[in-house]
Design a protein around this ligand. Structure first.
Ligand code: GLU
Length: 309
């Protein structure tokens, strides 16, 4: 038996839950509860445009109805600006940073696609002179702030994917720590919050695997503890597309109409994800009885997707 873990649900309140994020939440819960640990709920409302209070309410009701319980929180990212500011200053002092005026369109040309949707920043604004920066600011352009990354390989062991790493400069590039709208970047906020909330276990979709070296780099540079990561295959629709709000049959309401009750939804997701042998209703508590974290690498390693059906 390992030491009790502290895990987290970290929903962004930008829509209702669907099968994909319920699967990730279920696994996060099972991994933590199997260790006798506790769950934290953090509402990731960093993006003021897309985050909506009614989705934050809905996600809490949905998690409760599904039996995905938490012990601490909700913590809100909108309350955490001072902590992000302090970490931002520390990391910028330690690594160096520069204003970046690139637009989305510039980035699409100036960076090479890597690992799915990860783009490597080619350093377009890295060597702007103070003069150029002044001129562009003077002309009303608002920059994001990019951290200078070293020529260093950052690797970590993922419970499911095994050892994973990136050469920061070649496979990631300088990355944004503060956005043009002034909001602190997800990569920074998530690291600061995980540490402050005592999170030791992070379970989420494999779409975030390629962001994790950035987060581990920030943890090491800020002297913060590193959680244990588990990156799960993504539930995908028939065409191989990641499930989203567009897939009505995978939405919570769609699934409630199909399965009748929350245990029907949890049981079905557990079945397609290989956590139980039949498509039968189950609560998270019931799944916990047969759950074995050491079976996960065999179940999911090398799989980046699970077809939704
Ligand atoms: N807030 C992110 C999401 O809802 C999750 C981020 C994370 O797990 O680190 O996709």
């Amino acid at each position: 038996m390992t030491a009790p873990l502290v895990g987290r649900f970290a929903p962004s309140p930008t829509g209702r839950m669907h099968a994909g994020n319920i699967f990730a939440a279920l696994l996060a819960w099972l991994i933590v509860r199997a260790s006798g640990g506790e769950m934290v709920l953090r509402i990731e409302d960093l993006d003021p445009e897309r985050s909506k209070p009614h989705f934050a309410d809905a996600v809490q009701r949905d998690l409760e109805a599904l039996g995905l319980t938490w012990d601490r929180g909700p913590f809100w990212q909108h309350d955490r600006t001072e902590a992000y500011e302090a970490a931002f200053e520390t990391i910028v002092d330690a690594c160096g940073a520069y204003p970046c005026f690139c637009t989305r369109a510039d980035l699409a040309v100036a960076s090479a696609p890597h690992l799915g949707d990860k783009h490597v920043y080619r350093g377009t604004c890295r060597s702007l002179s103070a003069e150029e920066v002044r001129e562009r600011r003077g002309a009303g352009e608002v920059p994001a702030i990019r951290l200078r990354v070293p020529h260093e390989r950052i690797a970590f062991d993922d419970i499911i994917c095994g050892s994973y790493g990136q050469m920061l400069d070649e496979e990631c590039g300088d990355f944004i720590v503060r956005r043009k709208d002034g909001a602190f970047a997800y990569q920074l906020a998530v690291v600061v919050d995980d540490a402050a909330q005592g999170v030791t276990s992070v379970t989420r979709g494999v779409d975030l695997l390629s962001s994790t070296p950035q987060q581990v780099f920030l943890q090491r540079a800020l002297g913060l503890p590193e959680p244990v990561y588990a990156h799960l295959p993504l539930l995908v629709s028939e065409g191989g597309r990641r499930l989203s709000k567009r897939d009505g049959d995978a939405s919570l309401d769609g699934m409630l109409a199909r399965f009748g009750h929350p245990a029907g939804i949890i049981g079905h997701i557990a079945w397609i994800a290989g956590l139980q042998g039949e498509d039968a209703p189950a609560t998270p508590e019931q799944l916990l009885e047969g759950f074995d974290i050491s079976a996960l690498p065999t179940l999911y390693a090398g799989r980046i997707s699970i077809p939704w059906r």
